[in-house]
Design a protein around this ligand. Structure first.
Ligand code: ATP
Ligand code: MG
Length: 423
């Protein structure tokens, strides 16, 4: 039996890596241009960190975490998202004492979900967090940053939904209203929702069960329960977005699947990827740093799914070709094979922008030329006994219909450089 990757975990094959590298590079440059600095975090954290931050009664903590006991009997979890680790790192490294931090990271996340197109058990996220910023300017900027990214990548089919979840106090009043409402229609709820009714009624709004659509649509709205300050904060975020010309829809049902959010929450959605519509989601989490043991620190961030972003880039017509070698070095005979090493390395010395590929594993002239052709290189440089004796090499163009020529070895790099630059 052939070995298989773990279900829902993908290999990223060489054909796909150029588009990933390109898209990731664009995202990285953009994020850094807004003043965010990279932080790299462990993929494993103590289970308790996720339980406390994401919340006990959430899909992630209830049924999606990869949790295991290590050899010391400690319960550890493969991170299902990055915010908890970011906040933990901020606290444990003292990054939040009298300072503000704008941080980003990228890497794999793990959730035991039902694998399907756009939904995997190992997937990748860019994660951006601003800690120590009370907003609403930063809320708006984080969203505007995404809009700029869509433009840079040439993406369309993206819409923005925003909402405010208020403060824990105003949310408590809303929660009571929800419990009253859902209790009255309890017989029509599904099992998950009945369980959540007492523990975490907001989660019912997040249900993906289509049978509950109607009941959820008629439930009370958080926006009617907002405290004055949260309402002002939300209005200011909207004003900044309006001024920046970033269109949005206020979706009073948007609650997000994690417990730690306060005030602004948002989601960038697409209808171009089938059922998996969320490309980037985020929100403010003013209570989380304190909850995890730090000093009270307002904060906000977003997470973007790289698989979905790359898929959307391709759906929108984006293509990235792999960079091919410029020159394939063909060498026939023992002396030439040895000389070919020196030649290839001297080309690299001359300019890092020239990419030579050395023929490896010998072979006769025809076989080597075939490999040269398959490599996609523009030129084959041919080294044989005659060439070595004469101090010259033959250059056979493989693509553009140029004529074959020969040059002294000492002039090869300059000649290639000129030709590669001119085309
Ligand atoms: P969804 O509603 O699709 O389950 P989510 O609300 O669980 O998304 P977040 O936890 O906010 O997603 O994660 C941020 C982003 O990470 C999502 O917008 C999405 O692009 C991506 N993402 C989340 N879960 C997965 C997954 N299992 N596979 C691939 N990408 C994912
Ligand atoms: Mg989810």
């Amino acid at each position: 039996m052939k070995p298989q990757a773990v279900r829902g975990m993908n290999d990223l094959l060489p054909e796909q890596s150029p588009v990933w590298a390109y898209v990731e590079g664009v995202v990285r440059d953009l994020i850094e241009s807004y003043g965010y600095r990279e932080i790299r975090l462990p993929i494993i954290e103590q289970t308790e960190l996720f339980r406390r931050s994401i919340g006990e009664v959430t899909d992630i903590v209830e049924k999606e975490m990869y949790t295991f006991v290590d050899r010391n009997g400690e319960s550890l979890t493969l991170r299902p998202e990055a915010t908890a680790g970011m906040v933990r790192a901020g606290i444990s490294n003292g990054l939040l004492h009298n300072q503000r931090q704008k941080l980003w990271t990228v890497g794999p996340m793990f959730r035991h979900e039902k694998p399907q197109q756009g939904r995997y058990r190992q997937f990748h996220q860019f994660d951006v967090e601003a800690m120590g910023y009370a907003g609403p300017d930063v809320d708006a900027e984080l969203i505007i940053m995404c809009a700029r990214l869509w433009k840079r990548l040439g993406l369309s089919h993206l819409t923005l939904e925003i909402n405010s979840l208020g403060t824990p106090q105003s949310r408590q009043r809303y929660r009571e209203a929800l419990v009253a409402y859902f209790s009255a229609v309890k017989s029509r709820l599904d099992e998950d929702s009945i369980r959540r009714l007492e523990q975490n009624p907001l989660r019912i709004l997040d249900s993906k069960n289509p049978d509950l659509r109607e009941i959820i649509d008629a439930a009370p709205l958080m926006l009617d329960f907002l405290d004055t300050e949260s309402a002002q904060h939300f209005a200011a975020v909207r004003e900044f977005l309006d001024a920046a010309g970033v269109p949005y829809k206020v979706n009073p049902r948007l609650v997000r699947g994690l417990d730690y959010y306060t005030r602004t929450v948002f989601e960038w959605l697409t209808d171009a990827l089938g059922a998996q519509g969320a490309v980037c989601s985020g929100g403010r989490y003013d209570g989380l740093v304190e909850k995890l043991g730090g000093r009270a620190t307002p904060a906000i961030g977003w997470a973007m799914g790289v698989e979905r972003l790359v898929a959307l880039y391709e759906v929108c017509g984006g293509k990235v070709a792999a960079r091919l070698p410029d020159v394939y070095v063909v060498a026939v005979g023992e002396r030439a094979t040895t000389a070919a090493f020196a030649l290839a390395e001297s080309l690299r010395d001359a300019s890092p922008s020239i990419w030579p590929e050395l023929n490896l594993g010998g072979g006769n002239f025809t076989a080597q030329l075939k490999r040269a052709d398959r490599s996609g290189a523009r030129y084959a440089v041919i080294l044989g006994e005659d060439e070595i004796t004469g101090g010259r090499v033959a250059v056979k163009p493989l693509r553009l219909g140029e004529a074959q020529f020969d040059v002294p070895v000492s002039a090869l790099a300059a000649e290639l450089h000129k030709r590669l630059r001119d085309h």
